[in-house]
Design a protein around this ligand. Structure first.
Ligand SMILES: Nc1ncnc2c1ncn2[C@@H]1O[C@H](COP(=O)(O)OP(=O)(O)OP(=O)(O)O)[C@@H](O)[C@H]1O
Length: 357
């Protein structure tokens, strides 16, 4: 757990970057710090590993006051990932990843073996380990940055806009990878972004800051979207709060029935009973492509597919892609409404919102 207790940071030029911050970051989850530019997110993050020292207040990691620990040692025990990866340009990828294990006194052989393992963990080939950072794409460099931060197996990972400099497709891939890794590793991750969608996608909890370094609200994403503490939070989350909430809910509970027969549309399956497309009764019309959805897909994806398809139906599949049934636009819509009511009225089932002035 990371505890910020009455933290204040005023830079020598008089700028207050963080104002009276008290926040508990639970162990083993992703806490995302969001807010507009200059609201103190990076400063907050960098105080955890003492790259910035607070003016007053206490920060504890695992119960220990960080100011009572040797700064260099502390930094080696906390993973740190930044935008543009921050790799050493004249070292190979493998040596970049092996840096911290080497500093920690692991032999070169062991450090490299660990680095090779991590390359695979973050989805890179062994061959890329022999390259230099500039010979990799931006997205690959970010993966190396994550591997390097994980090399000493630190319980805490600080990530400062790590995916800010890559295109949206690669960004989504990197987010997926991080979620997959986190399921496996269960680190305590503090993640800074100014992108609300990224925060909602990755965060177990989201802390929203406003200019002047004020924490406004910290809550689980669904709670935040359903019950923003004030107009600032509501504005920051954006106009499509309702849709964002649906991106957090799955399709699992929406009822499904057999595919209709003899109507205007027929669901065409391949020999393994995997849905291919909708065929019109009138063969002059074009067939309609479809995107099969599984129980783990979101209500937002279901709503989108049901609206986009003139059939008003979605094809549901199991983990192997085999048809399990179809669901109607009306059923999806009804569930979407219920998800909202539940989120608004929920009491005591989610972590409590922390608000600060
Ligand atoms: N070394 C410094 N000296 C003086 N002021 C600083 C320093 N570092 C940051 N600041 C100021 O402190 C405030 C908070 O900066 P910080 O980088 O923490 O914000 P941020 O929320 O991470 O912003 P961004 O999203 O743009 O990275 C800003 O007004 C910034 O200009």
């Amino acid at each position: 757990m990371i505890q910020f207790d009455a933290i204040h940071k005023r830079f020598p030029n008089g700028t207050t970057a963080v104002h009276d911050l008290s926040l508990e970051i639970p162990e083993g989850g992703v806490t995302v710090l969001v807010g507009s530019s200059g609201c103190g997110k990076t400063t907050t993050l960098r105080m955890v590993n003492r790259m910035v020292e607070p003016t007053s207040g206490t920060i504890r990691v695992g119960g220990k006051d960080v100011t009572r620990q040797d700064a260099a040692e502390l930094r080696r025990s906390i993973g740190y990932v930044i935008q543009q990866a921050g790799l050493f340009p004249h070292r190979t990828v493998l040596d970049n990843i092996a840096t911290v294990p080497l500093l920690l006194g692991h032999g070169r052989r062991r450090a490299r073996a660990r680095a090779a393992e991590l390359l695979e963990t973050v989805g890179l080939t062994a061959e890329s380990g022999r390259r230099y950072p500039h010979q990799l794409s931006g997205g690959q460099q970010q993966r190396v940055g994550v591997a390097r931060a994980l090399a000493a197996d630190p319980p805490v990972l600080l990530m400062d806009e790590p995916f800010g400099a890559v295109d949206p497709v690669v960004r989504t891939q990197l987010q997926d990878e991080l979620l997959r890794l986190q399921k496996e590793l269960n680190k305590t991750i503090v993640f800074v972004t100014h992108d609300v969608d990224e925060a909602v996608r990755l965060g177990d909890r989201i802390a929203i800051f406003r200019t002047g370094g004020h924490l406004v609200q910290c809550a689980a994403p669904a709670e935040l979207l359903a019950r923003p503490a004030d107009d600032f939070v509501a504005d920051f989350l954006g106009a499509e709060r309702g849709l964002k909430l649906l991106s957090l809910k799955t399709l699992a509970d929406v009822p499904q029935g057999p595919a209709p027969e003899g109507g205007a549309w027929t669901l065409v399956l391949d020999e393994a009973r995997k849905p291919l497309h909708w065929a019109p009764k009138d063969t002059k019309d074009a067939e309609i492509p479809l995107r099969p959805l599984a129980d783990g897909d979101s209500l937002l994806a279901a709503l989108d597919e049901s609206i986009a398809s003139p059939t008003g139906l979605i094809a549901r599949v199991d983990a192997d892609g085999v048809l399990t049934g179809v669901s109607s636009r009306d059923d999806i819509h009804e569930h979407a409404g219920r998800a909202h009511t539940a989120a608004r009225t929920r009491t005591g089932t989610e972590p409590e919102t922390e608000t600060a002035a």
